[in-house]
Design a binder for this molecule. Structure first.
Ligand code: AMP
Ligand code: ZN
Ligand code: ZN
Length: 384
């Protein structure tokens, strides 16, 4: 097909047939900056263009005789754009956008009593870092902002994947002179994610999630940290919310918040300062800041970890940019009024009779799981 582009006026030949969305992708043109005209008629992204089509791609952004997006701060040509924010940034100003969103999350989290902050400069923070883009980006931002924040890496024993994650996390900490705690499941508790899940007959993600949450809280308690920080982002939280709504899990909805206060039974305060940023934004931040992170996904992901929920939301987001954030933020804004009453008749959390960590029963879920695992695994593997 013959495609006419403007500013400067030029024509290119592109093989077809292909959809308008495909063509724009091929030409590296951002869809919302242009109108596409096929044989004199305006067409949308899904329209199929024939191989012999005469197509015009006409820029619609006013304020310049060119179709380059410009940085909202300095007007230099932009490197990254976010349709959700209707904004674009140059490489120099992009990190400020990410830092600004994290700062906003820390200073003004939604629906908290007395507009309290997530944490203050007096608090000692422990951030759980996986070696992935989100937690490393967040650690970087918190260090830049001057918070007192140490890292915690949990070794899950997932072969080369865990080894690379740990290496990258240690290199990040070394380069910044930051303190990193490493807790290895095998050394500390006598099982790895794969061996534990096989022994307990539970999903790997289930064993892994429970072991991580437990280790985060316990390490924070043992070392006297005030706040536990995780790298859950906008995509994670929106997918979790959708899952909780789809199944109407009221108790999960009541507890889904970027700030969970400390509670009985050694429950440390938990916060998620990345809830305003998408994973695309944290990945871009790492690229721009030169932060190396583990790109590969966990090889054990077993399909029930919210991937379908994320894809469903991505479909909606592509059709109307910003809808994912609206979904999550709208829920959080209503959180206090919908769930505040639940706090009074909150289920009582006490200390596990076996390990002292928080539980609503006698023995915590972690200790019960570990007992089940240790009944099966060879005793020689148990060191704790
Ligand atoms: P995920 O559950 O893998 O989506 O991770 C959510 C958050 O948990 C991450 O952003 C980290 O803060 C934390 N996290 C995940 N895996 C680890 C790990 N192996 N060690 C420490 N923190 C982790
Ligand atoms: Zn700029
Ligand atoms: Zn316990």
């Amino acid at each position: 097909m013959r495609v006419r582009l403007r500013n400067p006026d030029r024509e290119v030949d592109v093989p077809g047939p292909r959809t308008v969305a495909d063509l724009l992708d091929h030409l590296d043109v951002l869809p919302h900056t242009v109108l596409v005209i096929d044989d004199g008629e305006l067409v949308t992204g899904g329209h199929e263009l024939a191989d012999d089509a005469q197509v015009e791609v006409r820029p619609v952004m006013s304020g310049g005789a060119e179709n380059t997006l410009r940085c909202v701060v300095c007007r230099a040509p932009a490197a990254i754009e976010e349709p959700r924010h209707r904004a674009a940034w140059c490489l120099a100003h992009y990190p400020d956008h990410v830092v600004g969103q994290v700062r906003k999350a820390i200073d003004h989290p939604p629906s908290t009593a007395h507009n309290e902050r997530m944490f203050s400069y007096a608090d000692r923070l422990l951030i759980a870092v996986s070696g992935g883009k989100d937690s490393l980006a967040l650690w970087d931002v918190l260090l830049q902002l001057g918070y007192r924040v140490d890292g915690l890496y949990v070794g899950l024993g997932i072969g080369g994947y865990s080894a690379r994650s740990q290496e990258i996390t240690e290199a990040f900490a070394d380069a910044r002179g930051a303190r990193l705690h490493v807790v290895d499941l095998a050394e500390e508790f006598g099982y790895t994610t794969p061996s534990g899940s096989q022994a307990a007959g539970r999903s790997t993600c289930g064993v892994c999630g429970l072991s991580k949450r437990y280790t985060f809280n316990r390490t924070a308690v043992e070392h006297g940290y005030d706040v536990l920080v995780t790298g859950h982002n906008l995509d994670d939280e929106a997918a979790t919310l959708l899952g909780n709504v789809v199944r109407w899990q009221d108790d999960f909805l009541a507890r889904q918040h970027p700030v969970l206060p400390a509670g009985g039974g050694n429950q440390v305060r938990k916060v998620k300062p990345l809830y305003r940023l998408s994973e695309r934004e944290t990945a871009a931040y790492c690229l721009v800041r030169g932060i190396e992170y583990v790109v590969e996904e966990c090889p054990l992901v077993d399909g029930n970890t919210g991937h379908e929920l994320k894809s469903a939301l991505d479909v909606l987001e592509a059709a109307s940019p910003g809808v994912k954030a609206q979904f999550l933020f709208g829920f959080l804004d209503r959180h206090a009024e919908k769930f505040a009453s639940d706090e009074d008749d909150d289920i009582r959390v006490g200390a596990c009779t076996s390990c002292g960590m928080p539980t609503t029963g006698e023995v915590c879920a972690f200790c019960r799981q570990r007992d089940a695992i240790m009944k099966v695994l060879p005793v020689t593997q148990a060191t704790a």
